[in-house]
Design a protein around this ligand. Structure first.
Ligand SMILES: Cc1ncc(C[n+]2csc(CCOP(=O)(O)OP(=O)(O)O)c2C)c(N)n1
Ligand code: SF4
Ligand SMILES: [Mg+2]
Length: 351
């Protein structure tokens, strides 16, 4: 007999964060994914990031599409809001929810199939509009749920489990996000939680469109020699440009890096991103340089990871539209319909 429910009781000695939650309070149901799937490590990193940031679970809205990756919101933040949309439609549902209630933290989780094929039109518009969200693509180069067909992000020449080479050019979602104006762009690897957890924390504290491409090996269909999305390939070709720390205002800021090796930037919510440079020449505030480096290293078979770009002056969709500061879903009839006298004044001003 299989038991798929986690025990509700917690050990009394489990550590609590500043708002009294244990790490287990941020978990969801037991995962039904294949043992070793990279997506489960990303779920664990999301749980860790939210716990460390003292995020109130009821303030998070998780949205996803269809795919193994899109199933994962069931496996974390079980006390948060969730909406599992249809294939490729997560970005528009997230945009609508964000417009109605700007007070929630929006976490979009998708796959390379979900976002780079059927949902590509939705992805580009959510990013270019600067929707305030964390958009994570769990990128394994295949359609895992439908048994391992190449996705649009699969590298040309990479070989399927059955030995067939992919002949199409890959679509790089990081380069696209940069070109579309995302204000926080990062790439990481599901097998590197030391890099991934701070990148998720930085994205959660960022205002604007934060995009994370996380290489996440599919152990069932894309983890063999010849694949460029396998654990071995990514470990051997990972080229990290920096290492991020996120310090929230209440935390003591401990300096442990040599001066000159780091750069700090304050986010809108008061948190500080501290970047330790691993590649001295890399400037994460230069969008064009980021695009160049990613393409150059990709041509060499390298996978560039880290915080690739952020915009210190970032804004979001509500800022662009100049909406009122309160959630639109709290406006009352009197505020939405100010009456004929106001309408007459507006009409008169247009004559
Ligand atoms: C409209 C529609 N077309 C096709 C499908 C079949 N389908 C389900 S998941 C999927 C691709 C999933 O790939 P990805 O987003 O990369 O997720 P993964 O399983 O790899 O994590 C497809 C094509 C569907 N569910 N709905
Ligand atoms: S099929 Fe691939 S993507 Fe889906 S759960 Fe299994 S390992 Fe993960
Ligand atoms: Mg996939």
């Amino acid at each position: 007999m299989t038991y798929l429910a986690k025990p509700k009781l917690h050990h009394p000695t489990l550590a609590c964060n500043a708002i009294g939650f244990t790490r287990r309070d941020y978990e969801g149901k037991i995962s039904t994914l294949c043992a070793g799937c990279g997506h489960d490590s990303i779920s664990a990193a999301i749980i860790q990031a939210c716990w460390e940031l003292d995020v109130e679970p009821h303030r998070v809205a998780k949205l996803s599409g269809i795919g193994c990756s899109s199933k994962t919101p069931d496996y974390f933040l079980g006390q948060s809001h969730g909406f599992n949309t249809v294939h490729g439609r997560m970005p528009s549902v997230l945009t609508g929810a964000n417009l109605a209630n700007r007070d929630l933290i929006y976490l979009g989780v998708s796959g390379d199939g979900d976002s780079a094929s059927i949902g590509i039109g939705q992805f580009v518009h959510a990013i270019r509009r600067g929707v305030n969200m964390v958009y994570i693509v769990e990128n394994n180069g295949v359609y895992g749920l439908t048994k391992g067909q190449f996705s649009a992000t699969a590298d040309q020449g990479s070989v399927s489990k059955k030995g067939v080479a992919n002949t199409d050019s890959p679509l790089d979602m990081v380069s696209m996000a940069l070109q579309l104006g995302a204000s926080y762009v990062a790439r990481s690897f599901s097998g590197d939680k030391h890099q991934l957890v701070p990148l998720i924390k930085g994205a959660l504290t960022h205002r604007g469109a934060a995009f994370l491409d996380v290489i996440s090996p599919c152990v069932a269909f894309n983890n063999h020699p010849g694949s460029t999305r396998s654990y071995d390939y990514v470990r051997e070709h990972n080229d990290a440009v920096n290492q991020l720390d996120v310090m929230v205002p209440r935390a003591e800021i401990v300096v442990d890096y040599a001066a000159g090796d780091t750069m700090e930037v304050q986010q809108h919510d008061g948190s500080v991103l501290r970047l330790r440079k691993l590649d001295e020449a890399y400037d994460p505030c230069d969008r064009l340089a980021a695009m160049n480096l990613i393409q150059q290293r990709h041509a060499m078979g390298e996978v560039v990871t880290g915080l690739l770009y952020f915009d210190q002056q970032s804004n979001d969709l509500h800022g662009h539209l100049n909406t009122v500061p309160v959630p639109l879903n709290t406006l009352q009839a009197a505020e939405l319909s100010p009456g004929s006298a106001v309408l007459d004044r507006i009409n008169a001003s247009l004559r």
